[in-house]
Design a protein around this ligand. Sequence first.
Ligand code: HPA
Length: 236
Amino acid sequence: MSREDTPTPHIGGKYDDVAKGILVCGDPLRARHMAENYLTNAVCYSEIRGMYGYTGDYRGKRVSVQGHGMGIPSIGIYSYELFHFYDVERIVRVGTCGTFSEDVKLGSVLIAMGACTDSNFADKYHLPGTYAPIADFGLLRSAVETAERLGIPYSVGNILSSDSFYDAPDQTDWARVGVLGVEMEASGLYLNAAMAGRKALTILSVTDNLVTGERMKVEQRQKGLDDMCRIGLEII
Ligand code: HPA
């Protein structure tokens, strides 16, 4: 699987259209926003299902940005095709999350060292136990160093990748084992990276506190998203 299998069923680009380091995000319009605002010479390589993908330059480095949709099955498809068909080496997901912790501030960045899950995505591999999906240490270390250098407030820790957004079981129970926040994709991305022998990281902008009900205000929101994208682009 690779060059001759591109374009794929879900990504319209040819093999060489996609950079070896790619930032992915749930919302395809955020991918377009990153291409238009942070990249130079950006070229759109995919519009299939409106899941835009662009390749351009960030400070002299060739980078791609692409949407991945919502939930583990969706990021599972995009990350699989990127790793196996386009030989992408590094995927950094930039997304949003809710937090369970008082110490994790709205508008800050949460870097996901590990990702628990209530999904059974890993069951297909019939592992003799429970797999612990983790980030690539080199990308994680670079993200922390970059946040420090840019003065961006951040936390590092374990998160939950949940299959449910609505009518979820009480997710705050996860706080008892130190889980800091919840989103819906990182665990699938980390598992796919491990199966492909490639690197992945998830960087999240904290948009709401699930314990206090506090939500990020509109003005705060763009700053948090920009901080997260900036870290991603610097390290990819
Ligand atoms: N759950 C899942 N994904 C999210 C949330 C949430 O509460 N907030 C932002 N992304």
